[in-house]
Write a protein that binds this ligand. Structure first.
Ligand SMILES: Cc1cc2nc3c(=O)[nH]c(=O)nc-3n(C[C@H](O)[C@H](O)[C@H](O)COP(=O)(O)O)c2cc1C
Length: 151
């Protein structure tokens, strides 16, 4: 069975809402044959990353960048996983309250280095997530899961 690894940093109710929307989308009943593995970014490992077929990343914007937790994840897996994960699909969402631009650029730059393949542009949500934001995260995760399912 194909495996989707969700790597997230979720420090608040707003980010929890987005994570729940993402997990609902990844588990959309129309998508078959995908096991979803969920890991906080501070504990996700290189082995889990190698064993997955695609990646969903979720982070707040912190001080103009991705969270330290997601940065720690990339620092942990980058070189160990560079060869094994090249070309695999990913998607990402960023929650911020002001300006998520630096976080988006960081994800784009790091995943370009890894040569992961974006299934959609990095999604940004500002402020309290509304229905449209939750739906957008759901669709993003469902699109990624469908891509992982089809190999
Ligand atoms: C130390 C710190 C730095 C932050 N830096 C940014 C930032 O650069 N840009 C931004 O849009 N939001 C920033 N935020 C807001 C967080 O992105 C936001 O708190 C997080 O997404 C959770 O959302 P919530 O606080 O509305 O629950 C920062 C928050 C903290 C605690």
């Amino acid at each position: 069975m194909a495996r989707l690894l969700v790597v997230h940093h979720t420090p608040s109710p707003a980010t929890q809402e987005l994570l729940e929307a993402a997990l609902a989308g990844a588990g959309d009943e129309a998508i078959e044959g995908v096991e979803v593995v969920v890991r906080p970014a501070l504990v996700a490992s290189a082995v889990e990353t190698m064993k997955a077929d695609g990646y969903l990343l979720g982070t707040p914007a912190n001080i103009g960048y991705i969270s330290g937790a997601l940065k720690h994840y990339f620092d942990t897996v980058y070189y160990p996983c560079l060869e094994a994960t090249r070309g695999r699909p990913f998607a990402a969402y960023v929650h911020g309250n002001l300006d998520s631009g630096g976080a988006v650029r960081a994800i784009e730059s790091i995943t370009k280095g890894l040569q992961w393949r974006a299934v959609a542009p990095v999604l940004t949500v500002s402020g309290a997530p509304d229905r449209a934001a939750r739906d957008a995260v759901y669709e993003l995760a469902a699109t990624l899961a469908a891509t992982v399912s089809s190999g």
